[in-house]
Design a protein around this ligand. Structure first.
Ligand code: XMP
Length: 518
């Protein structure tokens, strides 16, 4: 929990905003440790945690809705500053005697605010006139006598308020989004000028603490970890290996729908290079048999998922003595499965990350990354010595190439896609924007077309190139590599991969398209 991770702690009380995670990201970017807690967290709880600052998030409700979330107003009496953002400002203003006007119309988008009190520490270094991002329906239209307005817009006299007696700042706009053009100053001012955080959150320090905690928890017992070769499970395996050495056994299940060289790379890194107790399970025949004749994408996912559980059960039987199961659950997995009313500890689905393992597996969980974001997990990966190819790996779906072959998954078609995809990977690596790619890969289409190679007429398949940028996979934009890169990919695939005679580029964003084709 927080106090074991950092000596200083900022709490974000979540009223259900789509931006709560973003606030947490921004606070951590400011080197301040924070956690998202349910809005029902009491002042007593916060005091016990030793919070040095509290942020009340926005939320989708109006304060007058029947099920509108409230908060413990005693939080405003705590001896620590509180920042209310949007809904957070409204509930706090209402609790301290102000009034919020319900409104049918939302104010949404870029708005200019004018500072009435440019000297207020929250606005230190900001322009007197600033573009901000608004997204609200209700608005505060009356404040308690202890509060003062510190910024307004043309339509809203109370765009920001300040209550010196309660160390409360309220913002009707969202300082956490980049559309608010304060260059991050407002949150930084709150954390440093107002809460007086010292900025001690260094992800590197987390490693030694995590190792100590793992040792303490595990004692002399044994731990198993299903490695996928992805960033999260790899970092977890290395961290636990550093803590308890050979008390950890990792296994890797080859499901037959991996990319070229993937299984070999994982064996090489974890088995040979780092010398983990590492077991390779070749289950490819069993997976491919199960996929035989299946063309429906969801059916493929289900079959692969079920087979994975069977394989996992079989593997787990072999490690009877193990008490713990290590998982690479990340903080977004934790907070995404949480309701603002109950909080992470109440509803977390701990198997979220391993693709739906059943609850009856008799292990206790170890999830050393469950308070971290992906980029923080990558820093830890670097700290524990993982190679860049693993740390910077693009996300790869559990059902693997199975959902990148449109139509039936056969050994032949897998071979064709593997070869084409390997060329895509290799050539994209040479593009200066390689690091900006969220996912870049080849898809094998069941569309055959006529081609000519040498003097021969061909009638072969089509490969589609899918290259997107994204921050979280929820939305994505297609990317356009330079013509030379595209030309090399296309020429090489058509010349080197038997079975493909045409390459097309997918220029669809998400939404409306998904990143994967199936
Ligand atoms: P879509 O295709 O929904 O993908 O835009 C969004 C992100 O999720 C990944 N993805 C999956 N990951 N199992 C997974 O583990 C799946 O069934 C699955 N489907 C999509 C996809 O690669 C992208 O990063």
């Amino acid at each position: 929990m927080a106090s074991e991770i950092s000596n200083q702690f900022c709490a974000i009380l979540d009223f259900g905003s789509q931006y709560s995670q973003l606030i947490a990201r921004r606070v951590r970017e400011n080197r301040v440790y924070c956690e998202i807690l349910p809005c029902t967290t009491t002042a007593e709880d916060l005091k016990a945690l030793g919070v040095q600052g509290v942020i009340l998030s926005g939320g989708p409700c109006g304060v007058y809705d029947d099920d509108a979330p409230t908060f413990d107003a005693a939080i405003l009496e705590l001896d620590c500053p509180v920042l209310g953002i949007c809904y957070g400002m409204q509930v706090a203003c209402q609790a301290s005697g102000g009034q919020v006007t319900p409104s049918q119309e939302r104010e949404y988008g870029d708005t200019t605010i004018f500072l009435n009190e440019p000297d207020n520490p929250i606005f230190h270094g900001c322009d007197g006139r600033m573009q901000v991002w608004m997204s609200h329906g209700d608005r505060v239209n009356e404040i308690s006598s202890e509060m003062v307005p510190i910024a307004h817009t043309e339509n809203t006299p109370l765009a920001a308020v300040y209550d010196p007696n309660h160390q409360f700042w309220g913002l009707q706009f969202h300082p956490e989004v980049t559309h608010t053009r304060d260059e991050g100053k407002i949150l930084n001012n709150f954390l440093y000028r107002i809460c007086r955080f010292s900025g001690d959150w260094e992800i590197q320090n987390y490693v030694s603490r995590a190792i100590e905690e793992i040792r303490e928890k595990v004692g002399t017992d044994k731990v198993i970890c299903a490695l996928s070769g992805g960033v999260d499970s790899s970092v977890v395996a290395m961290l636990i290996h550093k803590a308890i050495g050979d008390q950890l056994t990792c296994f890797f299940i080859d499901n037959g729908v991996l990319r070229q060289g993937e299984a070999e790379q994982v064996c090489e890194v974890f088995g040979n290079q780092f010398g983990l107790d590492f077991r390779f399970i070749d289950a490819s025949d069993r997976f491919l048999e199960r996929l035989s004749g299946v063309t429906d994408p969801e059916e493929k996912r289900k079959k692969i998922g079920h087979q994975f559980i069977e394989e996992f059960r079989e593997a787990a039987k072999k490690f009877k003595g193990a008490r713990f199961l290590a998982q690479g659950t990340l903080y977004p997995d934790v907070i995404e499965s949480v309701s603002p009313f109950e909080g992470p500890s109440a509803t977390i689905k701990s198997h979220h990350n391993v693709g739906g393992l059943p609850d009856d597996l008799d292990f206790e969980l170890i999830e050393p990354l469950r308070f971290l974001f992906k980029d923080e997990a990558r820093v830890i990966g670097k700290e524990v010595g993982l190679p860049d190819e693993i740390i910077q790996r693009q996300p790869f779906p559990g059902p693997g190439l199975g959902i990148r072959i449109v139509g039936e998954v056969t050994r032949d078609r897998l071979e064709i896609l593997r070869a084409a995809d390997a060329i895509v990977q290799e050539e994209l690596r040479g593009w200066s924007r390689f690091r900006d790619i969220w996912q870049g890969f080849a898809v094998l289409l069941p569309v055959r077309s006529v081609g000519v190679q040498g003097d021969q007429r061909t009638y072969d398949c089509t490969a589609a190139l899918r290259i997107v940028e994204s921050t979280d996979g929820m939305t994505a934009n297609w990317m356009l590599p330079p013509q030379e890169v595209l030309a090399r990919i296309s020429n090489r695939i058509c010349n080197e991969v038997q079975g493909i005679n045409r390459v097309v580029l997918d220029i669809s964003s998400k939404p409306p398209s998904t990143i994967e084709w199936e």
